[in-house]
Ligand binder design. Structure first.
Ligand SMILES: Nc1nc2c(ncn2[C@@H]2O[C@H](COP(=O)(O)OP(=O)(O)OP(=O)(O)O)[C@@H](O)[C@H]2O)c(=O)[nH]1
Ligand SMILES: [Mg+2]
Length: 160
């Protein structure tokens, strides 16, 4: 429970379908978003807490990352549990997946009097990092901007 569905709903709006992931009983929502003129198809995956799946939900999340080959993966974590979630972020990066890290629940983190240097974390990880409060919308504009920038920078890559 890190706020994935709140972000999914805020990005996608009305056109959402929910269906079982093939061969499973796990629900996956898909929706469309248009951000700065770019069309996105967005999937709300089940929560995943390690790259070694234990539950059926985690297996589905892993399959989506590996088989659907998303152009960008928004890895959302509860900012309060950053330390516990960073190993998964690193595994996703090492697997060569296109990751943006979203530190959500920043309001709760601030209530606890903790600060995170978001920019420095991004530099150290070598990926875009954003900070959000999904429920109030704080940081969502920057998140949208980073998503579009990321997809545009990828599609300009020439592979030899
Ligand atoms: N305080 C605070 N609450 C949040 C924030 N984002 C989400 N929530 C709340 O956290 C709860 C879980 O949000 P969801 O979007 O359902 O989380 P999820 O990641 O989709 O959860 P699963 O699908 O079960 O893995 C809800 O009660 C949200 O209202 C945030 O930034 N700050
Ligand atoms: Mg959810």
């Amino acid at each position: 429970m890190v706020g994935k569905s709140v972000v999914f709903n805020s990005l996608t709006g009305a056109y959402v379908t929910v269906s079982n992931y093939p061969g499973t009983t796990v629900n996956v929502s898909r929706g469309k978003a248009k951000i700065d003129g770019e069309e996105f198809e967005i999937m709300d995956t089940p929560g995943m807490y390690s790259f070694m799946p234990i539950t059926e939900e985690e297996q589905v999340a892993r399959e989506i990352l590996l088989k659907e080959k998303p152009e960008v993966i928004l890895h959302m974590v509860d900012a309060r549990n950053l330390e516990r979630m960073l190993p998964l972020t690193l595994q996703l990066i090492e697997a060569g997946l296109p990751v943006i890290l979203d530190l959500n629940m920043m309001d709760e983190l601030e209530k606890a009097g903790i600060e995170i240097n978001v920019e420095q974390l991004g530099q150290e990880l070598g990926i875009p990092v954003v900070a959000t409060v999904a429920t109030s919308g704080r940081g969502m504009e920057i998140l949208r901007k980073r998503l579009v920038e990321y997809v545009r920078s990828q599609s300009c890559t020439v592979q030899i």
